[in-house]
Design a protein around this ligand. Structure first.
Ligand code: FMN
Length: 175
């Protein structure tokens, strides 16, 4: 489907990489979320929103909520990009925390992003340090998938950005 607009918000670049890959594969228009003027949504049949996950929330997704009326009748999909490994429980949590107030039928997809504390803001690094201390005290059997992953990746530089995560979304948009 050519008549697709891809919006993105990315703090450290992973959601933007996915948005650019999608734009190329779908021949779609691409725009950073802060540059959108609501009337620009009108001509498109499908809108894909790509955003990094921060404390369970997809960055900038309120943009879709604010403009929900303009999205009625369009195919709307969200690509949530996080450090957690792909897991049904993770996807269910991201849906529960983010889909309220979005047009009915909004579909949520997941792409694993990246992790690099050396490029994070001081505030984000501080949060991550606190989280690491909290996780270290937990029983590994009671850890969430993200917590287990964080124990392994803290202090390392990782990128899991991969086209394979886009296949279900591309199939959905093309259908
Ligand atoms: C402060 C902070 C909170 C985060 N919270 C989550 C989270 O709740 N779930 C998750 O899967 N990843 C989480 N991450 C990891 C980011 O989602 C991941 O690095 C992603 O690639 C960010 O997308 P971006 O590069 O487009 O900003 C967090 C990262 C930071 C720095």
């Amino acid at each position: 489907m050519n008549n697709t607009l891809i919006l993105y918000k990315s703090k450290y670049g992973a959601a933007e990489k996915y948005a650019r890959m999608l734009a190329e594969k779908l021949g779609a228009a691409l725009l950073e979320n802060k540059k959108l003027r609501p009337e620009q949504l009108k001509p498109f049949d499908a809108i894909i929103y790509c955003g990094g996950i921060y404390a369970g929330g997809v960055a900038g997704i309120t943009l879709l909520r604010k403009n929900a009326a303009l999205l009625n009748g369009k195919k709307v999909a969200v690509l949530a990009v996080g450090a957690s490994p792909y897991d049904d429980k993770v996807i269910a949590q991201v849906k529960a925390q983010n889909l309220a107030g979005l047009p009915e039928g909004t579909a949520l997809f997941y792409g694993r992003g990246a992790w690099d504390e050396s490029v994070m803001t001081a505030g984000d690094r501080l949060l991550c340090g606190m989280l690491k201390k909290m996780i270290a005290k937990k029983d590994p059997a009671a850890m969430e998938p993200l917590e287990q992953a964080l124990l392994e990746i803290m202090g390392k530089k990782c990128s899991w950005v991969d086209e394979k995560y886009l296949l279900p979304l591309i199939t959905y948009i093309a259908a």
